[in-house]
Write a protein that binds this ligand. Sequence first.
Ligand SMILES: *Cc1c(COP(=O)(O)O)cnc(C)c1O
Length: 344
Amino acid sequence: MRIVDLRSDTVTRPTREMRKAMAEAEVGDDVFGEDPTVRKLEEAAADRLGKEAALFVTSGTMANLVSLMVHCGRGGEMILGDQAHIFYYEQGGSAAVGGIHPRTVPNRPDGTVDLDAVAAAVRADDVHFPRSRLLVLENTHNRCNGSPLDAGYMTEAGDLAHGLGLKLHVDGARIFNAAVALGTTPAELVAPADSASFCLSKGLSAPVGSMVCGSGAFVAEARRARKLLGGGMRQAGILAAAGLVALTRMVDRLEEDHQNAKRLAEGLAGIEGLAVSLERVRTNLVFIDTRETGMTAPELVDRLKALGTLCLASGPQQIRAVTHHPLSAADIDGALTAFREAVS
Ligand SMILES: *Cc1c(COP(=O)(O)O)cnc(C)c1O
């Protein structure tokens, strides 16, 4: 049985070209700043995001944490959406490790937050209050249908943040998906941001790693925070080599993932009992409402698994399916057959 794994784009495997590049990578001790392949990746990432500098880190979680630590300091407050990955899925590391206080504002279904609500959440200068330091946006927004946030909104948010004396960090784990979906560049989307992270290990298919980009001064501080967290890696060029292939070879094909997500969503919408909001499927994430099937999401996920299609239950009545390399249209059709059978 061919397994169609739609649980996450983190299950992508390194391509043959990546493995070759890894085997042949020139390396050195990166904590001494002597790994040429890491340097090359950091330059390429900074260039793609239109920033002065970049830092190679182990994960998206670490990319976010070092950024928040630099911008907020201990006791500082960040304002972020209540559906943010940083708020939901990072173990509260910003508080546990960074001493940062989170202040949430509601996310709308398109991943944005109301900028008036952000302005209202900023603290007055008062001895009772923490100091507001940072606004965080997520693009694409994972828990909000993988929605891409457009350049107009990003600019407005940046202007607002800076006008209020806040920095702006973008959790851009899937910023390349956003850029492809919106027909723009990641640099344009993060131009208003003081820092932006992205994952090499999701749709871009590298085995390990994320980047965090910003000014030279910001990245110098982020590098210190990375070392503090135990993230100083030595001959990391072995990993960076795959990241370079990811950046140069795997971005343009993301469009294929988006088309497959659309194909999946349209097929699912035609299955009795399943509900999908088609206009919300704009990148590679598909959320499926299972209420009308009479089954809970975990029950349906178990049935699908027995049929060779893997998905995640993202709520009691919600399933998440993610398209990624190298899934084809035929794989999507196979998954649709499994869904039809599982529901009937
Ligand atoms: C996956 C993800 C992260 C974290 O990345 P890891 O590499 O899994 O730590 C952060 N933010 C968003 C929006 C993500 O989807």
